[in-house]
Design a protein around this ligand. Sequence first.
Ligand SMILES: C[S@@+](CC[C@H](N)C(=O)[O-])C[C@H]1O[C@@H](n2cnc3c(N)ncnc32)[C@H](O)[C@@H]1O
Length: 224
Amino acid sequence: MEALRGRLRAIADRVPDGARLADIGTDHAYLPIALVQSGRCPGAVACDIREKPLAAARRNVERAGLSDKISLRLGDGLAPLLPGEWDVAVIAGMGGDVISGILARAAGQADGLLLLQPMTSPEVLRRALCAQGFRLLDERGVDERGKLYTLLTARYDGVVRDCPPLAAFVGGLRPDRPDDRRYLEKTRRRLRDAAAELRDAPGQEPAAASTAALVRELTAYLEG
Ligand SMILES: C[S@@+](CC[C@H](N)C(=O)[O-])C[C@H]1O[C@@H](n2cnc3c(N)ncnc32)[C@H](O)[C@@H]1O
């Protein structure tokens, strides 16, 4: 675990003791290696949709001497997993739209704890969680030496929820927690830039007005 910093460390810290891990889009396999090496996880399945990252993962797992505890599988999302073989799935380092697609295709199979870390479009992922019957249990901002991330914890409960525009952009982030606040301020900058672009585009007045309204709502939320 000491080998992990920032974003990956924040994800690892949320994996419960003794959990069997599934790391979806594992790439280098740093997360399963650190969690199994530290004894937090008894074993892990590390999956990737592409051969090349999976080969890199295999090299790192072999080098760590963990081939008997970390199984490597090629495939899309949760498809390579067997029913009942994992407790926590991490889907990190991909776009919010990609993670949403993985969850949609996993219908009924994503029944453990989910740790989700979208690199872009978290609002797409939050809307998908509401629409697909996942409950958001927790969300935290993570500041890795000035790079800001958000980390969501969710679990399927089958309840479809409304996701109003502000909720889609805020999720479980709270202005009284410093890293959450920094992430919310980044979101507001992104929305302000989008509103300015829309203002200059012909025929986009309604979208510009609704984005500007969202910026005001987010400002009110930040000011508490
Ligand atoms: C940027 S890496 C992230 C690696 C690691 N999870 C992290 O957070 O540092 C994204 C990885 O996700 C994989 N990937 C993308 N779409 C996927 C999918 N639908 N199913 C499984 N893996 C996928 C890519 O091949 C790539 O190796």
